[in-house]
Each structure stands twice: as structure tokens, then as C-alpha cells.
Write a protein that binds this ligand. Sequence first.
Ligand SMILES: [Zn+2]
Length: 460
Amino acid sequence: MSPHRTPANAGVQPLVRPRAFLGWLGSGVRRSTLAVGVALLLATPATAKLTALEQRMAAAVQAEQDRTLALLERMVNQNSGSLNPGGVEAVARIVRAELEPLGFTVRWVPLPQTGRAGHLVATRKGRPGAKRLLLIGHLDTVFEPDSPFQRWTREGDRGHGPGAADNKGGVAVMLAALRAMQTARTLRGANIEVVLTGDEEDPGAPLELARRDLIAAGKRADAALDFEGLAQENGRDMGSIARRSVTDWTLTVTARSGHSSGVFSSGGYGANYELARILDAFRRELPEPKLTYNVGLIAGGSEVKADAGKIRTEASGKTNIIAGQAFARGDLRALSPEQIARATARMQAIVASSLPGTKASIAFEAGYPPMAPTPGNEALLARLNTVNADLGLPAMAPLDPAKRGAGDISFVAADVDGLVGLGPASSGDHTPAERVDISSIARQATRAAILMSRLARERR
Ligand SMILES: [Zn+2]
């Protein structure tokens, strides 16, 4: 899923102060890369408060930029539409080859029963008693093999391609950060589990099975970091500590039918007036901050039929017949389990106060759970902002969760503190205009490597 964003971030932001960078000039990094890195860094204010190892990670990310982009290009050029299991598994093989040399035990969890490929789960055992980190991303894209959009092209500081940001760009950031940790030896002793789902864009069913391994990993972890896209507002990087839930609802109305002359009296109100009453009451009586409830489809008449997927209906009726059936579907997006409970109870009560001659019922179907902006999530963003301060970067303010869609981290949000948006900045996600902001890859990988290194050495 893609984050909301306003016009892309301008320019390359400095990562390390020059003295820190120049301090380890002798450690064997290619000269051409260094020249570029130093040129970028000369304008940097000397505000960094990084340790020597952290400086080393920042420099390692810069030094490996070409390698990271080559890896991203390979992942993008391998189609992995959610409905293309072979392609999703091929991307998993590329990632496996990256993680195993870093000391991860990599498992492929096939899930053909769900109609999707499966997930990659990788674990790296570190010091007993040290904090356990869960890194979340996904292997699939919305672009299936029949899409004309299949290849990576570089356009200056932009990379154009299917999944260039969502989420192959995020996986590239994650791997760049882990490699930097390996270089600085901060990966040693770290307890890290990586879960890359193969069906984030179009989850398999049943959902309990499709998200079983992710939920289990969440229960083992002390902090979850989701490498989906970096949200930006007015060119500033934003932090994401909350995402709203998605619950689908289906409203079914039946009514006494009859000659239209009897409507409002002996004939009752009919299904269509009852449907209209309910939807209008939703609109007037439910509003509260961060809650939305959309009506996506309605139909009513003498007879209403819906297809198996409940996305198409067929209604028939006449002007002189009181409608006997009506149907509506929509969704509900909320920020916390309490808000979902409150809204659904209110909807049930509205549905139950039927007009004469009518009867209605509403069914809810839970999709993504909410990720509430908990104090634990706020504390993680505060940690990230300490990293930003030490890097000489501006603090990241929390993004309005109404501006971001649902995502996989929501499935672990009830069990572990989490932070979203550790991937790169981009534009045009889910469309053939998807472009990743290349300079944000190194910035995000550096932030992630330092944050993960700091968290990983703490006790649980
Ligand atoms: Zn997406």
C-alpha cells in the first residue's frame, strides 16, 4: 500500500559531517564513490553526534549505493504480481541470497492453500536477552505479468519501475541497512527476524492463515519496523506511528412489497426508504475524528441479486411497486479497536430501528486491524528522531493516519510497538508512473541501520 505524500522531497540531504566521513578514508572504499560522497557532504553542518561505528554505517551505505541500486533493478525486473507465485518466489530467492551471507536462517513458507505464493521468513539469532526486532516488507506488487509496466529505468535521481518503491525499494533499504550493520559489526549479537509477505497488495484467504506467520513473529518481537514507503509533506520526511483498520460491511434490507399507493401506510415504507434512512443516519450520527465509513455499492427494487464477489448487483423493480429488497456495501476505517467497537455498535443500533414494514441486518467482515498511535509507537518515533538529530537531519513529525492506507504492520500492532515508513520516498505508487526517489534510499538505510543498531544492543 502506498503512503500519502505531497510533492517529492527536494535535494539530497546530508548524512554525515565531513570530519567523521574523512576520519576513515583509509578503509578501502572505492575512490570514485568517495569523491561523490565527500562532494555531497561538504555542505553539511557539523552537528553529527554519531559514534565511530555509526559513522562507519553511514559511510557504508553511501559506499554501497551502486550495489543497492543494481539489486533493486534486478528485483524490479523480476515480475512479482501478487497472483504470480513463481515470480514472487523468484524475488524471494534474490532476497535469500542477500540475507544468508549476513547470518540469517532463511525459510520459504509456501501457502498455496491461500491462493498466493507464500512468505519469506528469516531469523538471525543474537545475544540472549537482547531486544528482538521484526522487519516487515513485501515481495509482491500490484503489477501482474500481463501489465505493460515491467522494467526498471533510471531517470536521474528517480528510478521508474513496478515496485521501484512499493515495496522492492523498501526491501532494498532494509538490505542496505543490514549490510551496513554487518560492515560495522553492529549486526553481531542482534536478534532480528525479517518477514516479507508475498501477498500484501492482495492478501490470500483465509486471512488468519495468510497472516499466521507474520502475527506469530509479532508476538516474538519487541519492536516492529515496516519498510513501506516514506511519507512526506511539503518536502519534509514524516514519521508513521498509526494506521487505520479496514472492515467491510454488508447491509441487507427486506420489506413488505405491494401496490405503490399504499406506501407509508398499509404498505409500509419499502426497502429503498429503509436503506436510505439507514445510510443517511450513518452520515449524520457516526462522525468522529479519524473515522470514515464509505458506501461503495447500493441496489434496491423488487428483486436484488449480487454476484459471488459482492461487487456487482442486478436490481429490478417498477415505479408502482413498493421495493421488497435492498442491499449496500461499504467499508469502515478506524484508528483503534475501541473506535471500531463504538462505530459498529452505533451502526447496529441504527440498522435495528426499522421503519414499519421493513427489516434490516448488517454484517461486518474484518480485514486489516488498526495500528493505534500508542505511547510505545510514539517512543519508537522519538528514538528515530534522536537518530535524526545525531545525523543533523530535521525531526520527523507524526503523519496523520487518515493520510495513509492500511498495511501489514497492522497485523502485529496489538502485540508489539511499531514504526511505519522506513522505505524510500516515491510518487505514483500502484500506477505505471511509480518512481522512487533515489536519494531517499541512502538516507532511509542510514537512519534504519543506526536505529536498529541502537535498539538491538538493549535488553528486552
Ligand atoms: Zn502497495
